[in-house]
Write a protein that binds this ligand. Structure first.
Ligand SMILES: [Ca+2]
Length: 187
């Protein structure tokens, strides 16, 4: 008589509301009222199995039918990893780099910034090039997130073939002028 919609054994994300997939009951085409017992506390520890019981009783026969659904609390979501500061970031040769940091929030573990692994560029600005720093995190279940910061280190002066000289004594216009370079450069 009772039909459960969705799976009889299902899961719900930690701290999210559980939506019952639904049910119906009928006998000989006549709908029957169903009573649901049990609840799903999604703030319970991961792996907790909640049981929902669906009971239908027919009248006047007083015959009852019961079905159950189990709902397990899980953590299925990746942490949310956000970089602070500029990305990409532009620097000059011999600039001092200070990492602006990051934020991590996980819907089960909370703030796990202390577990972020940082690798890649050694933060040396001795040479002009493009570098990357890699940030990665896993929550306690193994859901992961990663992000890359790109750092461009430029020479202080552009190379001679990077500018176009004007008449002697006049301002010079650069064809590929870095954003931090003075607007006018005199030879
Ligand atoms: Ca998580």
């Amino acid at each position: 008589m009772i039909t459960l919609f969705g799976r009889c054994a299902t899961s719900v994300q930690y701290a999210c509301s559980f939506q019952d997939p639904g049910f119906s009951a009928e006998l000989d085409g006549v709908p029957i009222q169903v009573t649901v017992n049990g609840s799903v506390n999604t703030s319970s520890p991961l792996g907790t199995i909640h049981s929902l019981t669906y009971t239908a009783v027919t009248f006047p026969q007083q015959e009852a039918e019961t079905k159950t659904r189990s709902v397990t609390t899980l953590d299925l979501n990746n942490p949310v990893l956000t970089l602070l500061g500029n990305n990409p970031l532009s620097l000059l040769v011999n600039d001092t780099y200070g990492d602006a940091g990051f934020q991590v929030l996980d819907d089960h573990d909370g703030d796990v910034s202390n577990l972020v692994s940082v690798s890649g560029w050694d933060e040396s600005t001795a040479a002009a090039d493009q570098f990357s720093k890699n940030y990665s995190i896993q929550d306690s279940i193994g859901n992961s997130a990663s992000i890359v910061r790109t750092i461009s280190v430029a020479d202080l002066l552009p190379k001679p073939d990077h500018y176009i000289a004007g008449p002697i004594g006049s301002p010079t216009t650069f064809s590929t002028m870095p954003p931090h370079f003075p607007a006018i450069y005199k030879r």
